[in-house]
Design a protein around this ligand. Sequence first.
Ligand code: EPZ
Length: 446
Amino acid sequence: MATTVKPFIQPSQAPAPRSKSGTDLIRIQGGQPLHGTIEISGAKNSALILMCAALLTEDTMRFTNMPTSLRDILTLTKVLESLGATVATGPEGTMAIQARHITSTKADYDLVKEMRASFLVMGPLLARFKEATVSMPGGCAIGTRPIDFHLMGFEAMGATVTLEDGYMRVCAPHGLKGADITFPRVSVGATENILMAAVLAAGITRIFNAACEPEIVDLGRCLIAMGAQIEGLGTSTITITGVPSLHGALHQVVADRIETGTYMIAAAMAGGQIRLKQASTEHLQALIAPLQAAGVTITQDDSDIIVERSGPLLQGTTITTEVHPGFPTDLQAQFMALLTQCQGGGQITETIWENRFMHVPEMARMGAKITIEGNTATIKGPQALTGAKVMATDLRASAALVLAGLVATGTTTVDRVYHLDRGYENLEQKLKACGARIERIPAETP
Ligand code: EPZ
């Protein structure tokens, strides 16, 4: 009996398929090389903190290159609006935030639980209004996500910290005072929260063992444009001299290095040649070296990066995630997908988060051979992958599963892509424009 082969991409006249799982799905038919151009968006992990920084002034803050369609941006917009700020997004990634009329210094649990970075409103609220009450952010899939360093810093600057009904309340009725603060380990969020608290504190604050991530530098540059006095950005010691107030400014969000790295790995896996627009290799040296060793050609062409892999993928490598400028933990899952295709596979040791290997069992469903011992994963390669139904567990794991789907034989369906939508703008459209056979299956409307 002749079997009708269901076309992968539905003909326009057929009703679009619907996901019955209650959330959008992404479906990929593997095996297509990538050729084309991808616009890199503004960095999610910079955009979020910059939005919080707008609370530090009653003037309007204006941003460009803001990744306005990300779920996390929309969630933080709700948090800022719940405090009384106004947030207006315009075309081409423009955004204006005005926090002149703040009506509350309490960030509600229902919003903070959606996105832990909401906890970063604490520093600016405390600095400008001498108090803040924010729901404990809670953990997430990749770890317990403690905030003890943030609180230690606020206390060092003279704030009192109390926990009331699951809400952390910090008060400094006489204003914050500059202090020397040494973090026991590097923390991006704690550095950001204390940096924002210190810009309006009386006196000098020095942060030792500060994070050096590019997003911290981007935040610091924005604060300086607002009138803050900061030295040492990008180093492990940041010195802030407090000023009485900050004024509005215009700031362009730095390009997203994690999105850039994700697409570089996509091209390395699928083969072909892609041009990443408005992207920089500057912050990705820890990824570029192992990619080049695996046979990938990477060149900076003015403000674009060209990534090409025409020959076979060569040997894999061993990486350990570290604070910047080391290998970024936010590219760990994506790099693991690549290692399944490299000669000899490789090893990954995760040192930042205690539970960031949840993509491993999902990749195993596609045929990946990965064993875990403690915080080290050993990946066998090269290993042919086959399409399967897989489930996203966190933001970067979902990106890694899409990358695996690009090279798997057959069809891969990634469920719970709301994780993906938190941190990647139009990922399936950007890949489709480069020749990937990928589509989003919208959830069935109830
Ligand atoms: C930021 O999270 C990023 N998120 C994360 O990206 C990223 O993985 C992480 O930095 C590390 O680079 C945003 O910027 C919104 P940390 P953050 O404080 O600030 C421990 C993504 O995929 N720690 O640097 O929460 C903590 O448990 C996300 O885009 C404490 O012990 O990370 C962790 O082991 C995921 N006490 C380590 O430090 C504290 O008070 C690093 O955490 C704070 C942190």
